[in-house]
Design a protein around this ligand. Structure first.
Ligand code: WT7
Length: 653
């Protein structure tokens, strides 16, 4: 790609004029400011944007690297910063949340009402014995109460750990166990696409598996009204618990390094990692990215379609928008119910001005609207939109163009935000009033963020050459450690390959040889990205081999037009290799099994059976061969080291 052939999309003069970061010179000035005085750059914003109970005097503490500390002697409370200070600033009657339920019912909650709800919930948590530092697991659907529960934890300094409502009993049990949680907040059920799905029964199953000994109680929010078994002495309905709670609650003022939350994510081994985030640094980046990436203004209606079960829902639903005093839409349901026009209708109805979603959702809606004009974005009034965002996986240029044209009416910049659970907020992203856009590229680092593309030794690579994505300097919202596993934190993110100096993102990247724009080329570890959801191949393999019928399993990814990547599993059974209808039955059985072990999102799209797996003479599974087979490629690769070439035929699929 040479400069002349790059087609840039420039923001209009109007957008540039009104943007928080106005024009490329302003962007460059911010980068230069950070370059000249790195700590000063962050400290200035931390003082301006956060209300501190006690101001910090230290900025970055590297004395125990790579366990970095930011603003460590400052004291604050995130819930205070999100709610009380908005009410104190006269925004009490401003709508904080426009909640649209799966069935279309709309509820509006003002800042004042949010504050009262959070205080009552916080008082309930305290009454339940939850103290500062205790972990609370939240297993809830997308509802106002889910956000209230998170904010309530923040208010009393109890780190929350959200478990996505699509995860299985086993996954929930493992997370409660690893976090040593003392309280579980869940709901009777959840609505999705017109169906009421169970949640409490799954939670009961999780606890029955054993290993949740730290758990002292379960609080249950009534959402669907489905009957559920309440265990006396352990379980309590949320509405009962809240009934007599006072409407005010003094926040727990915590140090800036106090953990705000844990969030489990997949890594390259079977066991998910409890990513631990801080309070002060995390909040700072949530606010800065709301202001610079999303250019949030008082009259905006912001809508991030993520679930609170993922980091996107933490930073850009629960914390960022509220800390900025914004009005946001919160959505329960799926983009295709009651039909694939749901998103566009909601943008129209609520006059959404900033819309943030995932490429997978866009791709599925493109497909759905191809044949059905009534669900095409053109059939809706989307004139309220001024800015679009994309997150979670690379957005292919065709989907980008469609989104830009059909949803953004050719006038809304698209911010393609690259970041991770571990980074807390945007790392590489366009700024809408500054960065000329190129479809498929997340463009340039957020001001202050020092991302680079290096080789295996950590040496900088020239633009135009693909390599490993690293961050050269610690930043305020970065992961602090893996819960209970400092060793794994170092090994995963500050490996010896780079003398322990660089943060390893786990992605490959290339910078355009002329513009220096970043394009993410995909994970360099055994992590897959399916519909923007992160899945470890080892995690799925462990789930498969836990089935008594399975002897061995290997899982790889293959590119998929709709989901980005698709999961392909190669399985060796203890018994005979099944064929025909037997194979079909077994595929269904194993797929359901994985769904039960991890959750439906981990179900393989394709399962193939062999008498064995392709291995080297030393017994190592040849994954590159499996990746080729998964894609249906003709095997031109060197198979000379292969012990058992005959089985390749069986695995062709
Ligand atoms: C992985 C992180 C970002 C929050 C939600 C997912 C991939 C994320 C992009 C993007 C290309 C992206 C990376 C990253 N990814 N955003 N804009 N372009 N790839 O967080 O579950 O921690 O996954 O998602 O591979 O490492 P996550």
């Amino acid at each position: 790609m040479s400069n002349e052939s790059v087609q840039f999309y420039y923001p209009s003069d109007e957008i540039v004029k009104n943007a928080a970061v106005s024009g490329m010179d302003a962007y460059k000035a911010l980068c230069a400011e950070a370059e000249a005085d790195y700590e000063g750059f962050w400290a200035k914003r931390a003082r301006e944007l956060i209300t501190w109970k006690e101001p910090f005097t230290q900025v970055l503490d590297e004395s125990n690297a790579p366990f970095f500390k930011w603003f460590a002697d400052g004291k604050l409370n995130v819930s205070y910063n999100c709610l009380d200070r908005q009410v104190e600033a006269g925004l009490g009657d401003k709508v904080a949340i426009i909640f649209e339920a799966d069935n279309g019912d709309v509820t509006k909650v003002t800042y004042k009402e949010m504050l009262t709800k959070v205080c009552k919930m916080a008082n309930l948590l305290r009454a339940k014995g939850v103290q500062k530092g205790d972990r609370v697991v939240i297993y809830m659907p997308m509802t106002v109460e889910g956000i209230v529960a998170m904010q309530a934890c923040a208010r009393i300094g109890a780190p929350h750990s959200i478990v996505f409502g699509g995860f299985s009993a086993q996954a929930l049990r493992d997370r409660i166990n690893d976090a040593g949680a003392t309280l579980l907040i869940t709901s009777d059920g959840q609505f999705r696409g017109g169906k009421a799905l169970p949640l409490k029964t799954i939670a009961d199953e999780a606890i029955a598996m054993g290993g949740c000994d730290t758990l002292k109680g379960v609080v249950v929010f009534k959402r669907t009204g489905v009957e559920c078994n309440m265990v006396a002495g352990r379980d309590e309905w949320l509405h009962d618990g809240l009934a007599n709670q006072p409407e005010t609650c003094e926040p727990e003022w915590v140090g800036a390094e106090h953990p705000l939350f844990l969030l489990y994510t997949s890594g390259s081994t079977g066991k998910p990692k409890g990513v631990q985030h801080s309070t002060g640094g995390y909040l700072l980046h949530a606010i800065m990215t709301m202001q610079w990436t999303f250019d949030i203004k008082p009259n905006d209606v912001f809508w991030c379609t993520a679930d609170i079960g993922w980091v996107t829902g933490h930073t850009y639903i629960t914390y960022g928008p509220l800390a900025c005093g914004a009005t946001e839409v919160v959505f329960e349901g799926v983009p295709t119910y009651p039909d694939a026009g749901r998103f566009w209708k909601m943008i129209q109805d609520h006059k959404v001005s900033i819309f943030y979603t995932a490429p997978t959702a866009i791709r599925s809606l493109i497909k759905a609207s191809d044949t059905k004009p009534e669900v095409h974005p053109k059939s809706f009034d989307l004139s309220s939109l001024r800015l679009l965002g994309s997150v979670g996986e690379p957005i292919n240029p065709a989907a980008w163009e469609w989104y830009h044209h059909n949803v953004g009416g050719d006038r809304c910049p698209i911010v393609d935000t690259f970041w991770q659970t571990e980074t807390g907020g945007h790392m590489i992203t366009p700024l809408p009033g500054a960065t000329p856009l190129v479809p498929g590229s997340c463009t340039l680092p957020f001001p202050g963020i020092q991302f680079a593309v290096v080789d295996e030794t950590g040496a900088d690579l020239p633009w135009g050459q693909g390599g490993i994505l690293v961050c050269k300097k610690p930043w305020p919202s970065m992961i602090r450690t893996i819960w209970n596993d400092d060793e794994r934190y170092i090994k995963s993110y500050y490996p010896a390959d780079f003398q322990g100096k660089y943060y390893l993102a786990g992605d490959g990247a290339i910078r355009d040889k002329d513009t220096g724009y970043f394009t993410i080329t995909g994970r360099i570890d055994d992590v897959l990205n399916v519909s923007g959801h992160r899945m470890g191949t080892m995690e799925i393999e462990s789930a498969l081999v836990a089935n008594p019928l399975v002897a061995e399993a290997a899982v790889v990814g293959r590119p998929d037009d709709l989901t980005g990547e698709a999961i392909v599993a190669f399985v060796v059974l203890k018994g005979q290799r099944p064929t025909g209808d037997d194979a079909k039955k077994m595929i269904k059985e194993l797929s359901d099994w994985v769904g039960k072990e991890i959750g439906p999102i981990a179900k393989p799209k394709d399962i193939r059976f062999g008498d064995n797996l392709p291995k080297t003479r030393s017994g190592k599974i040849m994954r590159r061969l499996l990746r080729g087979l998964a894609k249906g490629e003709e095997l031109t690769q060197d198979t000379s080291t292969l012990e058992n070439p005959a089985i390749l035929e069986q695995l062709k699929g």
